[in-house]
Write a new protein. Structure first.
Length: 323
């Protein structure tokens, strides 16, 4: 057997100099097969409290050391928001900027925009085939793949690739109905780079079950693109038949219309029918204020990290079945 020419390299990308003149850097990971092929990027911890993706990337690189790439290259920014990570915060700095609402960034903009600009430029230099941005969702949630809304016919090829790769993740595929134009994934689509997000369960902690799901899911995609050998039967997250093998629409409706304490009637992963009770809101004396019902047939993706309800706040998130 010929010896692998694979090269694994870890380094840093400088992002800023602190007030004490310390240099702040982004960890950068690379594995190159030595044979021409697709280029895939993995990014994680754009929100500092979403730590699971870091470990997924670490475990994938460990696996690729044992089972080298067949062709192409895999690059990663496992920790895009070290400032938020160190303070267990979604945001960056005292201004509470959201890095994943700052793309494609600006070299002369705010702190988040400058970090976003360096990340974007570094990714684009490699002419990537696909970018997978790893996130974590509410504490009580199920893993799923989030596909951006269609960026328009001029970006048809990139969006088609993203759609096909989303289906290969083995998770429920949920199309974002909010047109968030300054996320990493959407900004890359607008630059003709196929990209999508994977939501890997709860924030704050490392859930080993979700880590394993993430590794198997991404291996599916890498095998589909030909970077690695398939690992046996393709991974598929167990999904009810009603929502399997279809693209769902994201929704956080219905919203609470009153204040009180929420008691959930449906759990993440449950399929609910339109009109079915999903949660009840009670006041401080235990009197029922309202019963929330499912707006559409859907799978419950997750529910709020807090049972405190206010008027107009989301209580649950859904992947809606599109008939």
């Amino acid at each position: 057997m010929a010896k692998s020419k694979q090269r694994v390299h870890y380094s840093f990308l400088k992002i800023l100099t602190g007030s004490d003149l310390s240099r702040r850097r982004l960890p950068f990971m690379a594995v190159e097969s030595g044979t021409a092929g697709p280029v895939v990027w993995l990014t994680a911890c754009g929100h500092g409290d979403e730590v699971g993706g870091i470990v997924v990337i670490q475990e994938l690189f460990r696996r690729i050391r044992r089972k080298p790439l067949v062709k192409g290259a895999l690059y990663a920014f496992p920790l895009m928001n070290p400032l938020g990570f160190e303070t267990t915060s979604r945001h960056i700095g005292l201004n509470e900027e959201d890095l994943n609402r700052s793309f494609p960034g600006s070299a002369t903009g705010s702190m988040a925009e400058r970090i976003a600009a360096k990340i974007t430029a570094t990714i684009l230099e490699t002419k990537p085939t696909l970018v997978l941005d790893l996130h974590n969702d509410w504490i009580n949630s199920v893993p799923h793949t989030l596909l951006d809304s269609d960026p328009g016919p001029e970006h048809k090829r990139a969006y088609a690739t993203a759609t096909v790769c989303a289906a290969r993740t083995g998770f429920a595929v949920v199309r974002d109905t909010d047109k968030l134009k300054t996320t990493l994934s959407y900004s890359l689509l607008k630059q003709d780079v196929a990209s999508l997000s994977i939501e890997l369960g709860e924030s704050y902690i490392v859930n080993e079950e979700n880590i394993a799901y993430g590794v198997h899911s991404i291996w599916n995609v890498l095998a589909h693109l030909g970077l690695v050998e398939p690992g046996g039967e393709p991974f598929a997250y167990p999904l009810p038949e009603a929502v399997a093998n279809r693209v769902l629409d994201y929704s956080d409706k219905p919203l609470s219309s009153t204040s009180g304490i929420v008691r959930f009637l449906a759990r993440p992963g449950n399929v609910v029918a339109e009109g079915a009770p999903i949660a009840k809101v009670y006041n401080a004396f235990g009197k029922l204020q309202e019963t929330l019902t499912a707006a559409r047939d859907a799978i419950v993706l997750g529910y709020s990290d807090s049972s405190v309800a206010f008027p107009g706040t989301p209580v649950m998130a859904f992947g809606v079945v599109v008939h």
